[in-house]
Design a protein around this ligand. Structure first.
Ligand code: SME
Length: 161
């Protein structure tokens, strides 16, 4: 396992993902513990991109419950259909929010959050088992490139669910 994440300067967003993606794969390769793998993925993404908050919530019965994350303290439990993350779970689809103030029912865990992407992660039975939530302190910070690469990154842990 690598000891340090290499993040070059002056890369486009896509180039940065292309640099970080194989490092994350190597980081979790051969590790069969879900929490340990998620913890390292969250650290790699937070350190690599400098976002405000990067973390996961696990689906447990009718709630989302906070899992490994990097960033300021966050809401511990979120109900189905509530906020961006609860809506992503309910609709079973990725949601990109360019301006959280314009999303009805956005849950404010941290006032510095301005834009957000939430990606549902499906288990092998096709149920949403967890969601990946990334928050930025910049408006309009997420697009289809983030959706593509973050989906690819987080789906590497599906065999561990
Ligand atoms: N803003 C999210 C809540 C989770 S955090 O931001 C960490 C939402 O509306 O679902």
């Amino acid at each position: 396992m690598a000891e340090e994440l290499i993040v070059s300067n002056n890369l486009s967003k896509e180039e940065k993902y292309q640099e970080i993606y194989p490092q994350i794969s190597a980081l979790i390769q051969g590790e069969d513990d879900l929490i340990a793998s998620l913890a390292n993925i969250m650290a790699a993404l937070k350190y690599g991109f400098g976002w405000l908050w990067v973390g996961v919530y696990f689906v447990k019965e009718k709630e989302l419950i906070l899992g490994p994350f990097q960033g300021p303290i966050a809401c511990t439990r979120i109900q189905l259909g509530r906020g961006v993350s609860g809506t992503s779970w309910h609709k079973k689809e990725t949601i990109i929010v360019p301006n959280v103030d314009e999303f009805p029912d956005h849950i404010i865990c941290n006032a510095a959050s301005k834009s957000e992407i939430v990606i549902p992660v499906f288990n092998t039975q096709g149920e949403v088992a967890m969601i990946l939530d990334v928050d930025s302190d910049k408006l309009d910070d997420f697009d289809e490139i983030d959706k593509t690469y973050l989906t690819k990154i987080i789906n590497q842990i599906v065999p561990l669910l």
